[in-house]
Design a protein around this ligand. Structure first.
Ligand code: HEC
Length: 159
């Protein structure tokens, strides 16, 4: 529908918007949208900042070990401790504790445990990054490490 022209020469639009000077003007939504986006960016940054420093510590009880478990403990100290903490207790910024209810035998069976420690896995359950494959580990060492971690889990009340 064509608007009738404004005939009163005293009452012309102040700008070239074509609107009557008394017509209500709406503020642009852009500045509010930008402000909301800025707030979102700040909140996201803060929440990710917190995640980066995550480290989880467990209290581990190491029981009396047989020979295989003892050599597993030594392999663990050499190849796993840097990321999973002394005896799997965590407290490292590079990996989770393995003495953790999530990894108890009936939930996380030995064959999965052995596959992960041999081949590694992508970041999934935590925010520590990926777990690398363990280079140069023998099948015997894999069995021994697994036996050691299971013994420590059970002695720590996780079974
Ligand atoms: C460079 C650091 C690093 C080393 C070394 C390392 N891990 Fe890991 N491991 C990780 C990270 C990080 C994760 C968590 C991955 C995720 O987000 O699910 C992990 C996860 C695991 C998991 C659980 C996987 C799951 O499904 O949640 C097991 C079991 C494990 N590691 C065993 C070992 C053993 C045993 C060794 C030594 C032979 C070892 N890791 C060496 C970093 C490491």
């Amino acid at each position: 529908m064509v608007k009738p022209p404004i005939l009163d020469p005293e009452n012309q639009p102040a700008d070239d918007s074509g609107l009557h000077p008394d017509a209500p003007r709406h503020n642009s939504p852009w500045k509010w949208m930008l402000l909301m986006m800025a707030i979102l960016v700040v909140l996201t940054t803060i929440s990710m900042w917190g995640r980066e420093k995550i480290s989880i510590k467990a209290t581990v009880v190491v029981p009396e070990l047989d020979a295989a478990q003892q050599s597993g403990r030594a392999v663990f100290a050499e190849k796993c401790q840097d990321c999973h903490g002394v005896d799997g207790s965590g407290g490292s910024p590079k990996g989770p504790p393995l003495i953790h209810p999530m990894y108890r035998a009936n939930l996380y069976p030995d064959y999965v445990f052995k596959k992960v420690l041999r081949d590694g896995k992508r970041e999934k359950n935590w925010r520590f990054g990926a777990m690398p494959a363990t280079k140069g580990i023998t099948d015997q060492q894999i069995d021994n490490v697994t036996a050691f971690v299971r013994a420590a889990q059970i002695a720590s009340g996780i079974d």
